[in-house]
Design a protein around this ligand. Structure first.
Ligand code: C5P
Length: 232
C-alpha cells in the first residue's frame, strides 16, 4: 500500500465537486467524500466520481448496532469505494461486523479504518460528557488496539499520533492523518497541524488535505506540492 494524498472534497453539491475535479487533467487524485456531499447527492455521487477514475475514501463514520452496520457496509462495498470508516467507540463486535459486511463474495473489500476520539473532543468533554476518566492519549491508543483486534486496516489520527500508533499496532497498521498545512499556509480552524513533509517523516500512510488544496488559487499546483512533499 503506497503513500498517498487524499483530497477532502468538502463541497455541498455535485456541481461544486465536479467543477473542482475537472481542474485535474493529468492526475486522478484519491478523494474523500464526507457526509455532507453524500447526504446531499446520494450514492450516485460515488458512482460518478469512481467512473471518472478516482479512488474514494467514503467518510461516513458509521456507529450503530453491529447488524445494522454490517448491512450498511455491504451496501457501501457494492458502491466499490476504496476506503471507508466506523467509530471505534461502537465496540470490537461492531467493527468485526463492519468488516464482515464489507467483504465481497470474492474475498475483496475496501480498506476499513476507525475513528478513535474526534479531535473536536477535548479531554475535559470526554470526562464530563462521556464519563471517560482516562487521558486522551491512552483512550486513543486503546481504541486503536481495539480496531486492530477487530481486524481493521488502520485508524484516522493526528499526524502527531501516527508514530505511536505504528509503535503499538505495527508498521503495517495504516495511519490516515488530517490536520495538514503547508509551512507558509493558513491553519484555519485546525490546531495541531503538520506539513506534508513532516507527516512523511513521522510515517503517516495517507494525509487527508482539504482547504490547503480546495481553497488554493491553483488547486492542481497545491495538490502537486503535497505529493512532492509527502510522496516523492
Ligand atoms: O480543510 P482541512 O484540510 O482542514 O480538511 C480536513 C478534513 O479532514 C475535513 O474533511 C475534516 O472533516 C477531516 N477531519 C479532520 N480531523 C479529524 C477527522 C477528520 O480534520 N480528526
Amino acid at each position: 500500500m503506497g503513500k498517498d494524498v487524499i483530497i477532502a472534497c468538502d463541497f455541498a453539491s455535485k456541481e461544486q465537486v465536479f467543477d473542482f475535479l475537472s481542474k485535474f487533467k493529468e492526475e486522478k487524485p484519491f478523494v474523500k467524500i464526507g457526509m455532507e456531499l453524500f447526504n446531499a447527492e446520494g450514492p450516485d455521487i460515488v458512482r460518478e466520481i469512481k467512473r471518472r477514475g478516482h479512488k474514494i475514501f467514503l467518510d461516513l463514520k458509521l456507529h450503530d448496532i453491529p447488524n445494522t452496520v454490517k448491512k450498511a457496509m455491504a451496501v457501501l462495498s457494492r458502491l466499490d469505494v476504496d476506503m471507508t470508516n466506523v467509530h471505534a467507540s461502537g465496540t470490537i463486535a461492531m467493527m468485526e461486523a463492519a468488516l464482515e459486511g464489507l467483504t465481497r463474495e470474492d474475498g475483496t473489500r475496501p480498506l476499513l479504518i476507525a475513528v478513535t476520539q474526534l479531535t473536536s473532543t477535548s479531554e475535559e468533554r470526554m470526562r464530563d460528557d462521556l464519563l471517560i476518566n482516562e487521558p486522551m492519549d491512552k483512550v486513543v491508543m486503546h481504541y486503536a488496539m481495539n480496531a486492530k483486534k477487530a481486524g481493521l486496516d488502520g485508524i484516522v489520527c493526528s499526524p502527531l499520533e501516527a508514530e505511536k500508533v505504528h509503535a503499538s499496532c505495527g508498521q503495517g497498521f495504516l495511519t490516515v492523518t488530517p490536520g495538514v498545512r503547508f509551512a507558509d499556509g493558513d491553519k484555519g480552524d485546525q490546531v495541531r497541524v503538520m506539513t506534508p513533509e513532516q507527516a512523511k517523516k513521522i510515517g503517516s500512510d495517507y494525509i487527508v488535505v482539504g482547504r490547503p488544496i480546495t481553497a488554493a488559487p491553483d488547486p492542481v499546483e497545491a495538490y502537486r506540492r503535497c505529493v512532492r512533499e509527502f510522496v516523492d
